[in-house]
Design a protein around this ligand. Structure first.
Ligand SMILES: C[S@@+](CC[C@H](N)C(=O)[O-])C[C@H]1O[C@@H](n2cnc3c(N)ncnc32)[C@H](O)[C@@H]1O
Length: 250
């Protein structure tokens, strides 16, 4: 997979690309990430990427030309063919909320081109005629699309086969099966008088799996009951959930 990022702050990505799983994925050639300076696609002496809004109002708006020029040069195709070549993702607080499901979908793509906005945002013609997707990372307003781009790259990279050492951890973790993950412990067995649950020390794998599933259901019910609507639940899960509800008097 290849990910191209268009930004006016390429330096923000320097340490991000050198750390952890993203670094390893790049070293193993499982992903290619190229950061482009949007100003390289301007043609004036000030390398200007923004201008005042038509109709007046505060702040500056990012101009359309550098985005169109950069994306078509990166994808090496016409605007018409672009959707066949790459997903062009524009970050905006007005977009579809990013989640694990969308991360999984994007991990299957060949090429993503990420457009990072700044100032008061990007000219609407980029939203309408260049972007294939508009994505938000949550209901709050950030100063730019660079952090959302890093969030997306991080979430997508770990889903590319071969990136994580232990692929099983993906299947178990939060959101992967529509539930929150169960609580995890490591050594020491007792810390300041707080002990690890006995069942985890028992060596009884069936009992451990049952305890984890129950905790996972209980956590989801307490913290994110909305997730249970779409979770894939077995008959055993449904029975456990009823037991938990009775215990919690829900
Ligand atoms: C200050 S924001 C512009 C907000 C815009 N004026 C509005 O009200 O929708 C500047 C840029 O930050 C990015 N951004 C801010 N919040 C975001 C969020 N929650 N998700 C994704 N991108 C965001 C976008 O790229 C946006 O163009």
């Amino acid at each position: 997979m290849r990910i191209d990022v268009l930004t006016i702050f390429p330096e923000m990505f320097e340490s991000f690309l050198k750390c952890g799983m993203v670094r390893i994925a790049r070293e193993k050639n499982l992903i290619q990430i190229v950061i482009h300076d949007l100003r390289d696609y301007t043609h004036d002496k000030h390398r200007q990427v923004d201008d005042t809004p038509y109709g007046g109002g505060p702040g500056m708006i990012m101009k359309p030309e550098p985005f169109f020029e950069a994306v078509l040069s990166i994808a090496q195709c016409t605007l018409e063919d672009l959707p066949k070549i790459a997903r062009v993702i524009l970050f905006t607080p007005q977009g579809k909320i990013f989640n694990q499901h969308l991360a999984g979908e994007l991990a299957g793509e060949k090429q993503l081109i990420l457009l990072c906005g700044r100032y008061e945002g990007i000219d609407e013609r980029v939203h309408e005629h260049l972007a294939t997707d508009e994505i938000s990372i949550g209901d709050y307003v950030l100063g730019g699309g660079e952090l959302p781009a890093m969030v997306l790259i991080d979430a997508v990279t770990r889903l590319i086969p071969g990136v994580l050492g232990d692929e099983c951890s993906l299947a178990e973790e939060t959101f992967s099966r529509g539930l929150l993950e169960y609580p995890q412990y490591t050594r020491p067995r007792d810390y300041k008088g707080w002990s690890v649950p006995e069942v985890l020390l028992s060596g009884n794998h069936m009992e451990i799996a049952k305890w984890r599933r129950k905790k996972s259901l209980e956590r989801t019910l307490r913290r994110r009951p909305d997730l249970l609507k779409n979770a894939i639940l077995s008959e055993e899960d449904k029975k456990l959930l009823e037991e938990i509800k009775a215990q919690l008097e829900i």
